[in-house]
Design a protein around this ligand. Structure first.
Ligand SMILES: *Cc1c(COP(=O)(O)O)cnc(C)c1O
Length: 431
């Protein structure tokens, strides 16, 4: 704990191993959600596929399913110094997710669809879940949606996903943006008729303001990123699709071919949902690590102290200062933190400087353009393979001799709609 606190306070990058990790069998039985809940979410997305395809022409080819590619990344592996006897590197390319341009295209959009369906059934537009969902594009449904406001607090991308989806269905949408939200994200939303409220405070404070505004107003639905089951489950659907992509690539995750996933972490809904699903799907062969900026290590802090949302980075003298706007969160989610306790392998922190180095590496080696937050997963293999803590993890889990066939997945989480000139600027930081 002392070394942990010293590293944290001095903002020194480190890998923290989760001492509460448990085998899947015991870990999963104690949780409030299960694989069935993920299946419900997958089925709901299937029911909405026709609508999504109609509203967003870019989804025609995938028939209304929002999904990203799994890309082999041998050149990036070389650049990151991952030796071939330590396994193969892949990129799960959520930076290119259509419609919202980030990982929020899963959770955020799912949360809106969940609410729309529930409301439509309550109001009698749909007789039940199996009715023809295309009715939701008709006049009676739109009239109902137009009376309601969806609201959410965001550092940028969650607002983008909920704003785009909500507006497309005819809801009024109010996005409470924290101070780090990028101007182009606000502009993109305003162009779609979304109301953007700018807060001169961090994400947690913006969330508090939004939550209070919604309190007691039946026509205002606040989607609470810190406590939302729906967001969490929307993110979780990624794993059954990843499994399919592994199958297509002839990859079989097993004790002799372990899976390591490196996930950029903000308030924790997205990486949390993915970790939950990965431990259900791959059991103890899935090893998930969260990446956080040294100046925004809220999840590491919450898990290591066991205090979750009862602690903030400010308690440790850390200022929320990072260019990783998607990860700029001062206090972790209690709901997700408790779920992660037995499931997560560990967390690591990194500097913005290292993050920009990786952003440039991804572009130069694989031609991929991501936003800064999305590059943080690249530090995972280094932390696992080349630190004392990482080697200890491999030893404790009897993995040292099984790395030859390991699969490392760097999860890139945003970037598609970043203006061209900003990408150039991002690369310029480390040029
Ligand atoms: C939101 C976001 C994350 C992290 O998701 P959380 O649910 O906040 O942990 C990571 N990367 C990007 C680009 C994001 O927008």
């Amino acid at each position: 704990m002392e070394i942990f606190e010293k590293n944290l306070r001095e903002r020194r990058p480190f890998l923290w191993l989760n001492h509460n990790w448990r085998p899947a069998e015991t870990a999963l039985s104690s949780l409030p959600l299960s694989g069935n809940d993920i299946s419900y979410a997958e089925n709901r997305l299937e029911r909405f596929a026709g609508i999504l395809e109609t509203l967003f022409p870019e989804l025609r080819e995938s028939r209304g399913i929002i999904e990203s590619e799994l890309l082999p990344a041998p050149k990036l592996a070389k650049r990151l110094g991952v030796p071939s006897n330590s396994g193969a590197l892949f990129i799960k390319a959520d930076h290119a997710l259509p419609v919202a341009g980030s990982i929020k295209a899963r959770g955020g959009i799912y949360a809106v669809l969940y609410y729309a369906e529930k409301l439509a059934i309550e109001e009698g537009v749909l007789s039940d879940e199996n009715a023809d969902h295309l009715k939701l594009l008709g006049k009676p449904a739109r009239a109902i949606f137009a009376e309601r406001t969806l609201s959410v607090a965001s550092t940028g991308n969650l607002g983008l996903s909920i704003g785009v989806m909500g507006a497309a269905l005819g809801f009024k949408v109010t996005i409470h943006m924290s101070e780090e939200a990028k101007e182009w994200k606000k502009e993109r939303l305003r162009n779609r008729g979304v109301e953007v409220v700018e807060h001169e405070s961090d994400y947690i404070a913006a969330g508090k303001a939004a939550r209070e505004q919604a309190y007691g107003d039946p026509l205002l639905e606040f989607i609470d990123d810190e406590n939302s089951r729906e967001l969490f489950l929307g993110y979780a659907v990624a794993i059954s699709r990843l499994k399919r992509q592994f199958n297509e690539a002839g990859i079989q995750i097993s004790p002799n071919a372990p899976l390591f996933i490196y996930l950029p972490c903000g308030v924790d809904g997205a990486p949390g949902g993915i970790t939950f699903a990965a431990r259900i799907q791959f059991g103890d062969d899935a090893h998930c690590f969260f990446a956080e900026p040294v100046n925004a290590p809220c999840m590491t802090l919450g898990l290591a102290t066991g205090k979750h949302s009862d602690t903030t980075i400010y308690d440790y003298g850390i200022e929320l200062q990072t260019d990783a706007d998607g990860l700029a969160v001062s206090r972790p989610s209690q709901f997700v933190g408790e779920m992660m306790e037995p499931l997560l392998s560990g967390c690591y922190t990194l500097t913005d400087e290292t993050m920009y180095k990786h952003l440039l590496s991804m572009y130069e080696s694989e031609g991929i353009e991501v936003e800064p937050s999305a590059a943080t997963g690249c530090e995972g293999p280094e932390m696992l393979l080349n630190t004392d803590e990482g080697r200890r993890y491999l030893t404790e889990h009897s993995l040292t001799n099984k790395m030859r066939n390991a699969i490392h997945v760097v999860w890139t989480t945003g970037g598609l709609f970043v203006p061209k000139e900003q990408h150039v600027e991002f690369r310029g930081v480390k040029k």
